[in-house]
Design a protein around this ligand. Sequence first.
Ligand SMILES: Cc1cc2nc3c(=O)[nH]c(=O)nc-3n(C[C@H](O)[C@H](O)[C@H](O)COP(=O)(O)OP(=O)(O)OC[C@H]3O[C@@H](n4cnc5c(N)ncnc54)[C@H](O)[C@@H]3O)c2cc1C
Length: 561
Amino acid sequence: MSSPSENDAQCHHLRGGSDGDTHEVFNQPDPLEDFNAYAGDQALQDAVHREGGGDFEDRLEHYGAVVGGELLEVGFQANENPPKLKTYDRFGHRIDEVEFHPAYHRAMQLGVENGLTSLTWTDGAGSRVARSALIYMHYQTEAGTQCPLTMTHAAIPALRHQPEIAKTWESLILSDTYDRRFIAPHKKEGLTIGMAMTEKQGGSDVRANTTRAYPIDQPGPGESYELVGHKWFCSAPMSDAFLTLAHTQKGLSCFLLPRWRPDETLNRFRIQRLKDKLGNHSNASSEVEYHGAWAQMIGEEGRGVPTIIAMVGETRLDCVIGSAALIRHATAQAIQHCRGRKAFGKTLIDQPLMKNVLADLAVESEASVVLAMRLARAFEEGESDKTSALFARIATAAAKYWVCKRAPMAVNEAQECLGGAGYVEESIMPRLYREAPLNAIWEGSGNVQCLDVLRAFSRSPETLDAFFAELEVAKGADKNLDAAIFDLKEKLTNLEDIEFRARRIVEAMALSLQGALLVQSGNDAVADAFCASRLGRGCLMLGGLPSGLAIDEIVERAFPV
Ligand SMILES: Cc1cc2nc3c(=O)[nH]c(=O)nc-3n(C[C@H](O)[C@H](O)[C@H](O)COP(=O)(O)OP(=O)(O)OC[C@H]3O[C@@H](n4cnc5c(N)ncnc54)[C@H](O)[C@@H]3O)c2cc1C
């Protein structure tokens, strides 16, 4: 390899010539391609085993290779070629179709065929954790398709509020076939489901919904209605059906609204336009109107919010998983880059300050995935165990607030590790960065999650008991953690001004929980760094880990290959 000064001499000598004659390309890292998102992620593997998903190891390793190979490739294509709305066909018929690039369909197909929409509901113990690990990996290289994959998976518990309707839809929703055809649902081999709640005048406060539902014949659960109104955000509008909310005489109720009516004519579901979004470009998000759209009531009339919450709880868990995934992939990209690039005479990863940044990112990443996988197990166990269900109820809101809020900062920090290259689309970092704020906004924004934590324990104080029981197990392992748990209890003894202080409280809950999980997880280096920096006297920016920690071990543990 010639040195820069030899290069200079060559350039001077050649004076032009063909491309490549002017300089030699060197000091550029290998791209992170053809990696295995499972085999190359020690923290994920440990979390999956700890939380009971180990029986699915082969499946996870298989999908890990897909994620770091084909999905990575189609992810770029799907995001460079965003969906287009076709309101009318060439003859002027209203069709309300969204056209996607073949790469989008391939990403969807990979997700559906590999169980991302179904595994939780079709397999036994550990399947929830395994499916969470699958979507965690998928999200890293193609986040836009996570939205329809997540909603399809999440629809099942809400639909089961109306068993006879669930029976006719469920087998096709749980099919491992992705069927992209825009035809009546009973003619398809697999279905996807969306969710439409948000209206112009209110998203967080769905009680402000104005859409109305009129019974066609009899009113009540399972009966047919016509819906009139709109939804301001409706993602994945080519889904086969949507769980949606509308008012009847008895109040806000939940409905299943398909794209096709039972007589196989197009339902009166009109797509006004697609949103021009900051990121999430492969996914279509639309504004829609219901012009007397046919739908069936799901669950009790007037109890629409509790019914659809069964779906929202699931999608909130996936927001936590998705943000953890973004942090992981950004960290992996940063480490890969810094291992292959030198500055000021040393590989970047060996520069002490960069090592601190990378280690801190690795700590953030592991703290996020440990929490996400613990929640996944709580969801699974919560089906039969009350304490797990109570823990999941409160910890999901706290984690949704915290992990989703941490993602933009962590992704940006990782992006900066690549220098200018991190600002260039080919690196994937700009896409991760644009994606990063989204999980905090949808499915209940930050403040809404904090208020939900307060609501959980004010309505059911047992949720807080279940939460502290989880922390109690870790007591004595780290003095900073013990102090944080003590402090959290103190904060909760005084309920005055609690809404104003909600972010402080929920942050303290999330950090204590992450600390408690990490000290039990077996990796002392990561746990010590987390407790010293997040629960002790920390630094507001990442890259401020205190001295004396096992930094090399932390960074090496996070190597993606
Ligand atoms: C890309 C994208 C796709 C989406 N897809 C869908 C979809 O498919 N289906 C769907 O139904 N929705 C979807 N949404 C909508 C999303 O769920 C809402 O935007 C979100 O729930 C917030 O609602 P809003 O926009 O009406 O904001 P608002 O409800 O007006 O909230 C604005 C801000 O006020 C805060 N706030 C609200 N109440 C309080 C309070 N009491 N105290 C303190 N702060 C408060 C919120 O946290 C938020 O920060 C999507 C959004 C995006 C960005």
